[in-house]
Design a protein around this ligand. Structure first.
Ligand code: PYC
Length: 320
């Protein structure tokens, strides 16, 4: 038997995963083979980041993953009455929350028969979220409280000029560009990534290092209220309309009085998929809303990642 044959391979580690996509954006839910964690979800995230980052790298980096892949580790929950805990991660690190990812987690748990239709709570590093799984497979996620932190922030961006936008929290930090406008088309993705990256560097350098996602908006192209382009922390763009980004957008619309409480906002992504968002006020004085994002995920693959003893890329190809 040659060394690479199944019988002769020395497998150091296996990780069981289920892949889904939500509006085109992939989520890889880890079902088995993860490091044990305990305590509040934020502490578990810190433990993985500081002690077991090899796990993240193996699951989402090439060659087993890709820059666009978002991983989701399912754990027991620290908070009561939750279906489970969830920690999201990507090609460069960890996410507080992930809207498309949570919808993928719900679809995956339903696929496994672990949850049925109805409402379920999930413990995340930035708070408990809840999601209603509808009989048609769509998921209505009630995200963490969201708010606009800075309105009309202006920054000079090399190669672009003066850029103005809002800084808002929707489970991650976003810079939502108001001007100048960018043409949102798939054949412009390279330029959009380049521009959004330059804007993020400028916003970070101008006193807002917390901002790690940048969003452009344009008119809806398939009947929605708006189309977006979202640059994620690792420079991949979100194929979905971005659940946390749509939450940040709803917070800005609410703060500007441009969308009434309870009214629908259909957010299209750059690839043409859509989420329906709406909000209710949590605190009008603090301009804080509770966003709800509805979308649907599709399970694509159920597999076991194998890490062989002699594989030089068992922990992924590092991009940093
Ligand atoms: O849907 O919130 C989201 C998200 C964040 C990064 C990629 N997708």
């Amino acid at each position: 038997m040659p060394k690479g044959s199944k019988a002769e391979m020395t497998i150091m580690r296996t990780i069981g995963v289920i892949d889904s996509h939500t509006g085109g954006e992939p989520t890889r839910v880890v079902i088995t083979g993860a490091p044990a964690t305990s305590g509040p979800m934020a502490d578990r995230l810190a433990y993985l980041r500081d002690e077991r980052d090899d796990f993240r790298r193996s699951v989402v980096l090439e060659p087993r993953g890709s820059d666009v892949m978002v991983g989701a580790l399912i754990t027991d929950s620290h908070e009561p009455d939750c279906a489970c805990g969830v920690i999201f991660f990507n090609n460069v690190g960890y996410l507080g929350m992930c809207g498309h990812g949570l919808i993928g987690v719900v679809a995956t748990l339903a696929y496994l028969g672990r949850i049925g239709s109805g409402e379920h709570r999930f413990d995340t590093p930035v708070g408990v979220v809840s999601a209603v799984l509808h009989p048609d497979g769509s998921v209505a996620l009630t995200n963490v409280p969201s708010h606009r932190a800075v309105a009309g922030f202006a920054v000079d961006v090399p190669g672009i000029g003066l850029v103005e936008g809002d800084i808002a929290w929707g489970g991650n930090w976003f810079f939502l560009v108001k001007s100048p406008a960018h043409e949102l088309a798939m054949n412009r993705v390279g330029e959009l990534i380049h521009a959004a990256h330059a804007i993020r560097v400028a916003v970070n350098g101008a006193g807002h290092p917390e901002v790690d996602h940048v969003e452009f908006f344009g008119p809806g192209q398939s009947g929605g209220d708006s189309r977006n382009f979202v640059l994620c922390p690792g420079n991949a763009y979100d194929r979905s309309p971005c659940g946390t980004g749509t939450s940040a957008k709803l917070a800005c619309l609410a703060a500007d009085g441009k969308l009434a409480e309870g009214a629908d906002w259909v957010q299209e992504s750059i690839v043409g998929s859509s989420f329906t968002g709406r909000y209710r006020w949590l605190d009008r004085d603090a301009v804080t809303i509770l966003p709800q994002i509805t979308g649907k995920a599709h399970v694509m693959a159920e597999s076991t990642l194998l890490m062989a003893e002699d594989d030089p890329f068992a922990e992924g190809i590092s991009i940093q």
